[in-house]
Design a binder for this molecule. Structure first.
Ligand code: KG4
Ligand code: ZN
Length: 341
């Protein structure tokens, strides 16, 4: 099967062509038009600006994905489009474009949950991947992005049970807001990670919210702790700024690592998957690598380029649903607060 995926839930307009490859998905093309620089001026995503840019970008991005994937619309077995969660105006652009294309060409259409896409991203194979080891089912997945931090027990593609989620901010949001407070600009995750290199993660003791043995997260107190530290000490420069970033990053990473390993132990899973933008973080990869080894768990991360938003993951998650015979009608609507599972 060959599926076109369309993604427009936040500040990336993306389209990709993906094919069935046994237990994995071969990425034929993968186009992402990022608006990050545009929103950086405002310190975060401005929804109306995002919608307008999706509108001008979506047609050329889809055309480019088809051309690079060597596929015309006639060669497709279906179209998968992100229907939520995300910014409603942004989502609507992709959903309406996908519906129009499917209607005009008589192609099967399926609406995909963006978070399900992230969980499928560890199964993506590119032409230059020599061998790809994919997880089996069931496994435990930590989904940590800009808008979500959740742990699921995943029993099959698109079938999962929520074990715990954040009560307030997402891990990516804690990075982004921290970066903003430090005057590092948007998005904060990558910038805090870069400054944390060479910093001492034990220099400043930020709070970790473990909530007993719960699998829920809370990052709002950490944000407040950073605000208080900056009020009392001012914004540091040089080595102390690196120490501050490393310490702040460590407080986020430590909680993520501890909770996902605890979840795997609780449901007796031997495999852990991490997905979403924060899965690109090297400190998280390293710490979880150590702890998963101690717990005897195998660990799977998507390739760096597929941690953040892309349409290949949407095409792959949609391909599974189309293969199962699932179809969305032309009444498909965007759902800004669509939940997973
Ligand atoms: O999955 P994603 O692209 O979009 C959402 O679905 O939200 O995730 C974006 C989030 C942002 O908060 C960004 O700061 C964070 O992922 N992020 C990182 C890194 N790269 C992206 N956080 C920490 N370290 C990184 N290297
Ligand atoms: Zn995302």
């Amino acid at each position: 099967m060959r599926v076109l995926g369309i993604e427009s839930s936040c500040d990336e307009t993306a389209a990709a062509v993906v094919e069935d490859a046994g237990g994995a998905f071969l990425v034929r093309s993968d186009v992402v038009s990022s608006q990050v620089e545009l929103h950086a001026a405002y310190g975060g995503v401005v929804p109306e600006v995002a919608s307008r840019h999706h509108l001008t970008n979506v047609a050329p991005v889809v055309a480019e994905a088809l051309a690079l994937g060597g596929a015309s619309l006639q060669d497709l077995d279906g179209i998968a489009v992100t229907r939520g969660p995300g910014l409603i105006g942004a989502l609507l652009v992709g959903v309406q474009f996908g519906k129009a294309l499917a209607f005009a060409r008589g192609l099967p259409l399926v609406g995909v949950n963006h978070l399900e896409g992230h969980l499928t991203s560890v199964f993506l194979r590119t032409a230059d991947t020599d061998s790809l080891v994919v997880p089996g089912f069931p496994h435990v997945a930590l989904l940590c992005s800009g808008g979500h931090t959740e742990i699921h027990e995943v029993s099959d593609f698109g079938r999962m049970q929520l074990l715990g989620a954040t009560r307030d901010d997402a891990a990516g949001e804690a990075f982004d807001k921290g970066g903003k407070m430090l005057g590092l600009g948007y998005p904060g995750g990558v910038r805090i990670e870069a400054l944390a290199q060479g910093g001492d993660p034990t220099a400043i003791r930020f709070p970790r919210s473990f909530r007993g043995d719960s699998l829920e997260f809370s990052f709002s107190g950490l944000k407040t702790a950073l605000a208080i530290w900056l009020r009392d000490h001012g914004r540091p420069e040089g080595k102390l700024l690196s120490d501050l970033c490393a310490s702040y990053q460590a407080a986020i990473v430590e909680v993520l690592v501890e909770k996902v390993v605890r979840a795997a132990e609780r449901v007796r899973a031997r495999q852990i998957v991490v997905a979403g933008g924060v899965a690109a973080n090297q400190a998280l990869r390293q710490r979880l690598g150590e702890e998963a080894a101690v717990a005897g768990c195998e660990l799977f991360f998507p390739p760096l380029g597929h941690c953040t938003d892309n349409a290949a993951m949407i095409a792959a998650a949609g391909l599974v649903r189309l293969r199962r015979g699932e179809r969305s009608g032309l009444d498909l609507n965007a759902d800004a607060s669509l939940a997973l599972g």
